[in-house]
Design a protein around this ligand. Structure first.
Ligand code: GDP
Length: 298
């Protein structure tokens, strides 16, 4: 499938090692667990998540009196899925008037993700609008204009350096007046100045709540999957300054560290809603933990 091929690098990183363990070891001993641990950490699941998964696996092995390493693989997959469980991942913006803010540091793939989502929602029959509220980076406005033209959706933009909250005001009032289904807002994320970021996000929230209180509002954090554990750290920082409804994890096609999706969902309990596995519109896919784990481990 497209998912499996998009995850080739991480898959290659995991598969051969995992199969070696399950076939190569003759008993389930300490060495076995140590090698398994190493593989999971190499795939960027991180220490905490890896430890939790292995403890869970050890319990299952004990309970079910498993003796053969080859019988462990299915149990490992189950342990990982259990570790990733979050409340059901909702896509509420698909069935009500919605405003979605994408936040994240520069270069993670915010503008691209807004463009891809706009294209997909438009194709599914929605009336879509995008707002270029990343006024910090000149290229972001041009880039988003290109995506909007390609997707044939309306864009609200001002000039570089203008107040993001003013762009949001224009966009929200336009979306309301035109009965738009989904307004997607590209923003600038300057995480090095948390206080500023927090104030900016509050200002934007206030504008939305005042101008369009009936709209469903979501904030999604965009993270670059190629940065591995760093992405997890960023997610934590953003969750300290804003209420986060979900995560978009990009560029998983370009990394062997795709296990970070498992770590993020398991450690933060915030659902990964989409993953990016390429540069085309359809390369932004809804994330499903079971499918993801199956794609990586089988
Ligand atoms: P922003 O600064 O957060 O708005 O980041 P951009 O949207 O400009 O993206 C930065 C770069 O990452 C661009 O070259 C995108 O084409 C690329 N990119 C974004 N998402 C993906 C993805 O899922 N896979 C790949 N391979 N590249 C991506």
């Amino acid at each position: 499938s497209r998912l499996v091929s998009g995850l080739t690098k991480t898959r290659n990183n995991i598969i051969s090692g995992i199969d070696n363990i399950f076939k190569g070891f003759s008993s389930i001993d300490e060495d076995f667990y140590e090698e398994l641990e190493e593989i999971l950490i190499m795939a960027d699941l991180g220490i905490n998540t890896t430890t939790a998964i292995i403890e869970n696996l050890q319990e299952k092995v004990k309970e079910q009196k498993i003796k053969e390493p080859s019988q462990c693989k299915q149990l490992l997959i189950e342990s990982i899925k259990e570790q990733m469980s979050v409340d059901e991942t909702a896509y509420d913006f698909e069935n009500q008037k919605s405003i979605i803010l994408l936040i994240g540091v520069n270069g993670v793939g915010k503008t691209t993700s807004v463009g891809k989502l706009a294209g997909q929602l438009k194709d599914s029959g929605k009336k879509v609008m995008v707002a270029a509220a990343d006024t910090f980076r000149a290229a972001a406005i041009e880039q988003l204009t290109e995506w909007a033209n390609r997707a044939n959706v309306e864009i609200i933009a001002q000039s570089e350096g203008s107040d993001p909250a003013a762009v949001i005001y224009d966009a929200v009032t336009a979306a309301k007046a035109r009965n738009t289904d989904v307004l997607l807002c590209d923003t600038a994320g300057r995480l090095h100045n948390k206080k500023n970021l927090m104030e900016e996000l509050r200002k934007i929230s206030r504008v939305i709540d005042r101008e369009y209180p009936d709209a469903h509002k979501e904030t999604l954090v965009v993270l670059d999957g190629t940065t591995g554990q760093n992405a997890l750290a960023q997610a934590k920082q953003f969750s300290e300054v804003a209420d986060i409804n979900g995560i978009i994890l990009t560029k998983l096609d370009g990394t062997a560290k795709g296990g970070i999706a498992i770590a993020i969902q398991s450690e933060l309990g915030i659902p990964v809603k989409y993953i990016g596995i390429g540069e085309k519109i359809d390369d932004l896919q809804k994330f499903n933990a079971d499918e993801f784990v199956n794609a990586l481990f089988t």
